[in-house]
Design a protein around this ligand. Sequence first.
Ligand code: SAM
Length: 260
Amino acid sequence: MLTPIKRLGQNFLQDPNTIRRIVDALDAGPDDTVVEIGPGAGALTGPLADRYSRFAAIEIDDRAADLLESELPGVRIIRQDILKTDWSQLASEMEAERLHVIGNLPYYITSQILFSLLDAAPLIEEAVIMMQYEVAERLVAEPRTKSYGILSVVLQLACEVNILFPVSRNVFYPKPDVRSAMVHLRFPEKEPHASNDPAFLRTLIRTAFNQRRKTLRNSLSRLLTEDMPALPEEVSGARAEELTPDDFVRLADYLLGHSA
Ligand code: SAM
């Protein structure tokens, strides 16, 4: 048994039924390559390693890694900060074209993990991940709602997002303060709503939502340079939350002169 360390987001799954539902949520076939984020004491790791021979788990806590290596000999445990993981190197080491990712995430870095998966999107086929329920709601939020924001736009542009099921606080030790949800992300092989300049698009979305109460005319004023066209009338007086993800792609390309 591992004594949970709060600062590492350690809330260990205890309920066999929930564990089975999570592992079953992966679409990966037996020959696919699966990577677990944050295996902890191994609640998901054992069943995953039984099912997938091409498997690795990435864990920052040496105590957990020691425990897993003794209890699950032969299973590959990578002692690493997930935020320092080079997904492309990992995929090539595991001789995989695309990876299937799964994990009960450490909640203190959920957004950073999501952005790192997004940046590696061509190498990821799907991700089955547990997160705080409110964050899951943000991922699937529609325009003009309170939950709609940066994560909704960037995730919805890059992948299909589905909330699979809520997870009760009672299935963890220790019980987290927040409700949780399992989320499924499916990354198509080719990004469906690609922009001509993904870095500018990301900056545009961030800048617009950083001052979400302001009209875009005001919130984007510092981003717009002299060589860019004026904002279209209907965009200028709108707020960030009124634009759909596709509207942001169109706006980025328009400002950079890639479209009429
Ligand atoms: N998978 C286990 C389970 O479901 O019972 C543990 C999940 S626990 C919510 C999150 C796990 O992520 C912990 O084992 C923690 O040590 C690990 N972790 C925290 N920060 C990490 C990081 N930066 N990189 C890799 N693992 C991390």
